[in-house]
Design a protein around this ligand. Sequence first.
Ligand SMILES: NC(=O)c1ccc[n+]([C@@H]2O[C@H](COP(=O)([O-])OP(=O)(O)OC[C@H]3O[C@@H](n4cnc5c(N)ncnc54)[C@H](O)[C@@H]3O)[C@@H](O)[C@H]2O)c1
Ligand SMILES: [Zn+2]
Ligand SMILES: [Zn+2]
Length: 365
Amino acid sequence: MVKSDDDRNNINTMSALVFHGPHTLALENKPKPQIVQTTDAIVRITTTTICGTDLHILKGDVPTIAEGRILGHEGVGIIEEVGATVSAFHKGDKVIVSLITSCGRCSFCRKGMYAHCCNGGWLLGNSIDGTQAEYVRIPFAETGLYLLPPDMDEEAAVMLSCILPTGLECGALNGHVKPGDIVAIVGAGPVGIAALIAAQLYSPAEIIMIDLDDNRLDVARKFGATQVLNSSDGKAAERVLTLTHGAGVDAAIEAVGLSATFDVCQAIVAPGGHIANVGVHGKPVNLHLERLWASNVTLTTRLVDAGTTQMLLRMVQSGRIDAKKLVSHRFELSEIIKAYATFENAAKERALKVVIRNTVHPEKI
Ligand SMILES: NC(=O)c1ccc[n+]([C@@H]2O[C@H](COP(=O)([O-])OP(=O)(O)OC[C@H]3O[C@@H](n4cnc5c(N)ncnc54)[C@H](O)[C@@H]3O)[C@@H](O)[C@H]2O)c1
Ligand SMILES: [Zn+2]
Ligand SMILES: [Zn+2]
């Protein structure tokens, strides 16, 4: 059958979630991405999700995002096409998309600082179009994709794109969590819970989770928090100090991205302790060096490098990490605006990770 112009247009366009400046999103028809470099792959996204960072973008906290950008840096999908020099992956392979693009060759990549790759970094849904679409172009596909094991659940796998490596690298590892430690995590969103999962790999004695949302705190308990604190009364720091008999915590992990939550971390860190900042901050914070200068405290910041993805993948595959339990809601790509509203109103909607499925194959429309 001869295809009409409309059919042809259908094949060359796709649905995508587009950022039009703070507080403005639209689901639109956009051109399907094409191979640009021989190291690229085109992936048909089958599952994606929304990150707290996307909410920061919506608030206007991330000025690098241009108007017209397709958002999203998390996804699982099927390879549609590979560039001429991609040999590790083939059309039809099921893959996990890492949020970090890395060339593997530059000086930062050679140091394991993939997030600071001179030719990559956090590009997807930031400086290039992202995964909240039917298709995405993945530069340096051989380092930015992971083969999805045939027995791995897709919803569990999508947690490997960003939140699990973030919780581990920016939270537990930067917080130097070790056996017997007392850890506090401020923020029980998906990233805070990922930090909670990761911290437990290092056998701390206590993990105190702090949030304003009782539902998320309940989830945190199920994921292994030993204490949960609702900080709506503004007394989180006092209460942590009471719980720790005035000593404070060995690791204070900030997983929100606000001045107020960073302040809690500064107030509760014990001498010799670590403040591991994970949250994306759109505004300055006050660094209380007048209190901290003598406390032998370490403060770390980090954009996740995602160098731990392969290791975490094995833990998810073996069931050691039950990542699917993070999923609270499921939507189709056509409902992505509703998915954003649900994730934004997490307390009211009892939302944790909202998963977006792209089950309609465009050729079948
Ligand atoms: N550094 C990185 O590489 C990296 C990677 C991914 C995400 N992030 C950041 O991690 C943070 C968390 O991401 P998420 O997906 O869990 O986001 P989220 O928005 O779902 O969760 C944030 C949580 O903070 C809680 N919160 C808000 N204000 C609070 C307050 N005053 N006191 C206590 N809790 C408060 C909210 O109730 C919510 O549960 C975000 O800032 C995100 O941008 C950083
Ligand atoms: Zn993310
Ligand atoms: Zn590089």
